[in-house]
Design a protein around this ligand. Structure first.
Ligand code: GDG
Length: 536
């Protein structure tokens, strides 16, 4: 029997294409939790990643060396890459349109921000069909196809329409809304039906999973739910799917390790030396109305008014990472945030103290971790968030346990971090202001105790555990058919990593170290790039 491969399908490939000054194209690895977690699995199985290159096809039309470049990318990542080409118009309507002006706001409980343009739906169907064709062309029936996120909900149903059976799983990185919100979607039946075409549907939290089940129950006849626990079976006439909650996480050791480096300690010291005699509060978010930044700024003002002892004693460092700016709504929210920051700084600045330090741009990973280490308080107040990895990364980076986490109860992360975080309702301006004050005056012992608990929770539930639990649920029934998987599915980070040399890896089928095939080795001659953070 052929070996089963893991095939990951996401909107973006885990690489970045860049046009150099001389007009030459270059390829480099992308960065992010998903890439870190799935990379080793894909390498060990000789796997494949299918996705868009991030550059519209027109721009690549006169470039003849793409295949060669992708081959280099594959050598660099250690697994195969298969591009789905999208034109500027497709990106406009499928990505900026249906995905980010309909599904994104609706699933984050903002139906009034939706632009239900029917043309967007057509583009969404069309592009998902393209992805389904790419899956058919590049996989066999033995493979396990893992589709990611709201941009590709229809890929599974389009696969069915093409009449090709594949073993599939789908993970939704954003929340799933309650019935009263979901019901606004003009294409609600098609979306639910499409989700039900996957063999396993994964959500971030129990709340999302239960919202989905409630929607299926309300909008479909003859639904049965079998089993209890975080993975159940949903049966509708003619179809059955497993539905589970699998909270995503981070590579805890990577953040803790980076935070322990000398470089980070030095950068953190520079940050603190530049803003002396105060507690630093840190916020880092993609530019997005779901992240609740205006509410956060109002809460800061409220705290400065109601607790004047905080003046000169705290500074908020707010990083905003550019994202989706071509959408009008995003341009507006940027202007609004910058207006508010200007106003607050204009009003409260005193000699030697400015309440907000604002950075618009993307930091390198080491810089980000230096900020995590330098800041005594993290202020994370999304109005709604699938998980929020920043909350987990902040705690992982707090190797000296000297940080307080203020976290919105509407972030998926609150489900597991509620015991150590100061949970807030981000709409409650006074409540958030109180939490800022509470974090400021918190006794160091309590702060340490809370942070120790948070770090323990995240360490025990890292991103590798997330991958393993999803794959186990996706393949459980077929385990005997595919005995490789049982040995293969790693439980700890070490199990993913080559134990001796980077060119050798533990192959589960032989249970001994064997050299990786050339195609799966990290590229020797490939140019090594600094990985680049790509915002979604
Ligand atoms: C979606 C869901 C869900 C941020 N700024 C920089 C930077 N980042 C990195 C962080 C973190 C990631 O970006 C942001 O992740 P979040 O989870 O906070 O938010 P989304 O981007 O909205 O992600 C979310 C997630 O998917 C995963 O399922 O948790 O709910 O919305 O990893 O570190 N990285 C670098 N420089 C920056 O300036 N290098």
């Amino acid at each position: 029997m052929r070996e089963r491969r893991l095939v990951v399908v996401s909107n973006r490939l885990p690489i970045v294409l860049e046009r150099q000054k001389a007009g030459k194209w270059n390829i480099g690895p992308g960065a992010g939790g998903l890439i870190t977690a799935l990379g080793p699995v894909l390498r060990n199985r000789g796997g494949l990643w299918i996705g868009w290159l991030g550059t519209p096809s027109e721009k690549l039309a006169d470039f003849s060396g793409l295949d060669e470049l992708l081959q280099r990318g594959a050598e660099e990542t250690g697994y195969a890459l298969s591009p789905v080409h999208l034109s500027t118009e497709e990106v406009q309507n499928f990505y900026f349109g249906f995905s980010n002006q309909i599904l994104w706001p609706l699933f984050h409980d903002f139906p009034t921000r939706c632009n239900f343009d029917p043309a967007y739906w057509q583009a969404y169907e069309w592009v998902n069909r393209k992805f389904a064709r790419a899956i058919v062309d590049n996989t066999t029936e033995e493979d396990f196809v893992w589709v990611h996120d709201y941009q590709l909900i229809l890929a599974g149903s389009e696969l069915m329409k093409l009449g090709r059976k594949r073993h599939t799983g789908f993970f939704l990185h954003i929340p799933f809304p309650p019935l009263d919100v979901f019901i606004n979607l003009p294409w609600r039946f098609a979306i639910l039906d499409a989700l039900m075409q996957y063999d396993l549907i994964g959500f971030q939290t129990e709340r999302d999973r239960l919202n989905f089940i409630a929607c299926v129950r309300a909008l479909t006849r003859g639904v049965r739910v079998l089993g209890k626990g975080h993975v159940c079976k949903l049966v509708v006439p003619g179809r059955e799917a497993r539905v589970g909650s699998f909270p995503i996480s981070i590579d805890f050791k990577e953040f803790a390790g980076l935070s322990a480096s000398l470089e980070t300690a030095e950068q953190a010291k520079t940050i603190r030396d530049n803003l002396p005699n105060r507690k630093l509060i840190f916020g880092v978010d993609r530019l997005d109305y779901t992240k609740g930044i205006p509410n956060r700024l109002n809460a800061l003002v409220n705290a400065l008014e109601r607790y004047p002892d905080l003046r000169r004693r705290i500074t908020l460092i707010q990083v905003i990472v550019p994202s989706r700016e071509v959408i009008e709504e995003y341009g507006r929210i940027k202007k609004e945030i910058e207006r508010m920051i200007g106003e607050i700084n204009g009003r409260y600045t005193e000699v030697g103290w400015t309440p907000i330090t604002y950075i618009f741009g993307s930091l390198s990973r080491p810089e980000l971790v230096s900020y995590y280490q330098a800041c005594e308080i993290a202020l994370i107040t999304p109005l709604k968030d699938g998980m929020n990895l920043v909350a987990k990364e902040y705690c992982a980076s707090k190797i000296h346990e000297d940080g307080a986490l203020i976290l919105s109860e509407f972030a998926g992360a609150a489900a597991s971090l509620h015991h150590g975080a100061l949970l807030v309702n981000p709409y409650d301006i006074e409540g958030v202001a109180d939490a800022i004050h509470q974090a400021y005056i918190m006794n160091p012992n309590e702060r340490r105790k809370r942070m120790r608990g948070l770090r323990r929770t995240i360490r025990g539930n890292d991103v590798y555990r997330w991958v393993a639990s999803f794959l186990e649920a996706g393949l459980a029934e077929d385990m005997r058919q595919f005995p490789l998987m049982e040995l293969f599915v790693p439980r700890r980070r070490q199990d993913f990593l080559p134990k001796q040399s980077p060119k050798r890896v533990l192959r589960a089928d032989q249970n001994r170290l064997v050299p990786l095939p050339r195609s799966a080795q990290p590229g020797k001659n490939a140019v090594v790039f600094k990985s680049k953070f790509v915002s979604s």
